[in-house]
Each structure stands twice: as structure tokens, then as C-alpha cells.
Design a protein around this ligand. Structure first.
Ligand code: NDP
Length: 296
């Protein structure tokens, strides 16, 4: 049996960052300033700190301004909302990202709701979620699902009429992913923890997007031969070597590779796309706010 292809998200993301870096100087020439991305980090969570550092580095590498706002875990809801309001009012800030999850005493939804939707480069504000739902092209779309869609279109071209199954219904991945696929005229099914006989639901799909958070849950035998699979999952599990860990996705790739036409590896598939799309969303927000035509 021939093995399916691995989709190289790392290379695609590098290409996207390169295209963004080519566009930034034109913005700077017209507006006399760089597009600016403000990232707010509350507390010392190690994983969040790593994400924020990588975002800052990638922002600077494409020629944009990275502004980091680190606040102690003890910050009050009022103080955090005040910070977001200051960033809303700051004209040099085009994108605002509040790194989630926030410490327990803070209300994620209330903080996100405070972000100016025009600067909501994570696409989590209800205004942007609503725009995506009604097919408004000015929506800022959550980075991970938009990155998945870019990889799918690059791999398959026109998605119209394809059967797509999205596993997971979170507001940050599953639901926006389903909306995006519907926007491409796929026939979309959303599976979740209450779905009966998920194996046969997945088996009818030409496109499978797994966003569950359960290591290698999707078995090779679930996949229709020739399907394209996007594995969003990032799960840390014990490695073969004693005391070490490794990252695996939501799909049992070693089995699935015998069934699929193409699949994203973990790591190196969807992961690198998320930050690249964040930069793309910041570039788009900067152009829209400046009244400039949105770059392709
Ligand atoms: P959530 O925990 O918010 O959502 C998980 C979804 O999976 C829920 O809708 C849940 O269903 C569903 N689910 C859980 N168990 C099962 C099951 N046994 N069968 C079917 N469905 C199930 O996770 P996220 O959407 O935030 O993230 C999903 C994965 O993607 C995680 O591994 C996360 O680390 C990864 N991720 C990766 C990113 C990247 O950049 N590559 C970015 C964001 C996330 P129900 O609603 O019924 O509970």
C-alpha cells in the first residue's frame, strides 16, 4: 500500500511569513509606522510564556512592532480590562492578543469582549465569530482553523461539495473550522464527545479535521481511503525513552498514513501555521484600520 503524503505546515508557514515580510515595507512607507501587535501575558505559566516569546520573535522577524505587556497573576479584572482599553485607544496598536487561559479569578469572556473587534487578531470576539457565521468577509478569523483551511486549499484546491468531518466543537478551533469549511461549500459534520459511532461518521469524510486533545484517538481504520486529514491536536505523552516526553496529535498517524492521501504531521503541521496566521491577521487589521486595501 502506498503511503499518504505528509503536509509540510512548517514550509507553508515560512512561505506565508515571507509574503507578509514583503508587504510590511509598503505599509511602513505609506503610514510612517510599523503594524503593531500587542500581546498581554498574565502570570508565569511556562507554556504561555513560550508561546508569547515565539509570537514576539516572529512578529519582529516580519518587520512588525511587537509590544509585550506582562502582568502579575494577581492582577484584578478591572486592571486587566483597563489595560485592554488603553490598547484599544492606542493608534500604534493594530492587533491585541490576550494569551489564554487566564488565571482562574479572571473572566476570559469579559476580557475578550473588551477588545476592539477591529484589533481582535485572535478572532475570538463575538462580533468576529458572528461575522464568520454570516459569511462577512471582514471577519478576523481564529488563527488555527484559518491556518488549517489554508493548508487544505493548498493541498486540494476547490473544496466545494466535499464531505468534511470536524471532530471537536470548541469556540477557538472546531466551530470556526466548521464555519470556514461551510463557507467553502463543503458538506460539514461536527462530531464531539456525545457523537455515536464516531468511527463511521469519520469514515464518510473526504476531509477530516481532528481538534480533540486526546492522543491518537482517531484510528487509521476510521479514515476513508484517500481522505485528507488535518491533525490539530497537541498532546504531550511519555516517550519510549524513560523519563522523556513527546508531542503527538489526535490522529494515530502511523496507522492513518496507510489510508490517507495526505495528513499533517504533529509536530510540524498545523502548529507552525497558527503564529503565521496571527501575523497575517495583524497585517490585515493594520491595513483595514489605516483605510488601505487589504493585501491578498
Ligand atoms: P477543547 O478541549 O476546547 O475541545 C475539545 C473538543 O473535543 C470538545 O468539543 C469535545 O467535545 C471534543 N471531544 C473530547 N473528547 C472527545 C471524544 N472522545 N470524542 C469526540 N470528541 C471529543 O480543545 P481545543 O479545541 O482548544 O483544542 C483541541 C486540540 O487542539 C488540543 O489538543 C489543543 O492542544 C490543540 N490545539 C492546537 C493548536 C495549534 O496551534 N496546533 C491551537 C489550539 C488548539 P465536547 O464539546 O462534547 O466536550
Amino acid at each position: 500500500m502506498t503511503l499518504g503524503k505528509e503536509i509540510d505546515g512548517k514550509a507553508f508557514a515560512a512561505g506565508l511569513r515571507g509574503r507578509i515580510a514583503d508587504i510590511v515595507p509598503g505599509f511602513v512607507a505609506q503610514k510612517g509606522r510599523k503594524p503593531g501587535l500587542a500581546v498581554v501575558l498574565v502570570g508565569e505559566d511556562p507554556a504561555s510564556s513560550v508561546y508569547v516569546r515565539s509570537k514576539g520573535k516572529a512578529t519582529v522577524e516580519v518587520g512588525m512592532e511587537s509590544l509585550e505587556f506582562k502582568r502579575p497573576a494577581m492582577i484584578s479584572q478591572e486592571e486587566l480590562i483597563e489595560l485592554v482599553e488603553e490598547l484599544n485607544a492606542d493608534d500604534s496598536v493594530d492587533g491585541i492578543l490576550v494569551q489564554l487561559p487566564l488565571p482562574k479569578h479572571l473572566d476570559d469572556a469579559a476580557v475578550i469582549a473588551t477588545i476592539d473587534p477591529a484589533k481582535d487578531v485572535d478572532g475570538f470576539h463575538v462580533v468576529n465569530a458572528g461575522k464568520l457565521a454570516v459569511g462577512d468577509p471582514t471577519a478576523l478569523v481564529p488563527c488555527t482553523p484559518l491556518g488549517c483551511l489554508m493548508l487544505l486549499k493548498d493541498e486540494l484546491g476547490d473544496l466545494s461539495g466535499k464531505e468534511a468531518v470536524v471532530i471537536g466543537r470548541s469556540n477557538i478551533v472546531g466551530k470556526p473550522m466548521a464555519q470556514l469549511l461551510l463557507g467553502e461549500s463543503c458538506t460539514v459534520t461536527i462530531a464531539h464527545s456525545r457523537t455515536h459511532d464516531i468511527a463511521s461518521v469519520v469514515h464518510r469524510a473526504d476531509i477530516v479535521v481532528a481538534a480533540v486533545g486526546r492522543p491518537e484517538m482517531v484510528k487509521g481504520s476510521w479514515i476513508k481511503p484517500g481522505a485528507t486529514v488535518i491533525d490539530v491536536g497537541i498532546n504531550r505523552v511519555p516517550a519510549e525513552e524513560e523519563g522523556k516526553t513527546k508531542i503527538v496529535g489526535d490522529v494515530a498517524t502511523a496507522e492513518a498514513i496507510n489510508h490517507v492521501a495526505a495528513i499533517t504531521p504533529v509536530p510540524g503541521g498545523v502548529g507552525p501555521m497558527t503564529i503565521a496566521v496571527l501575523l497575517r491577521n495583524t497585517l490585515v487589521a493594520a491595513h483595514v484600520r489605516a483605510g488601505l486595501p487589504v493585501p491578498e
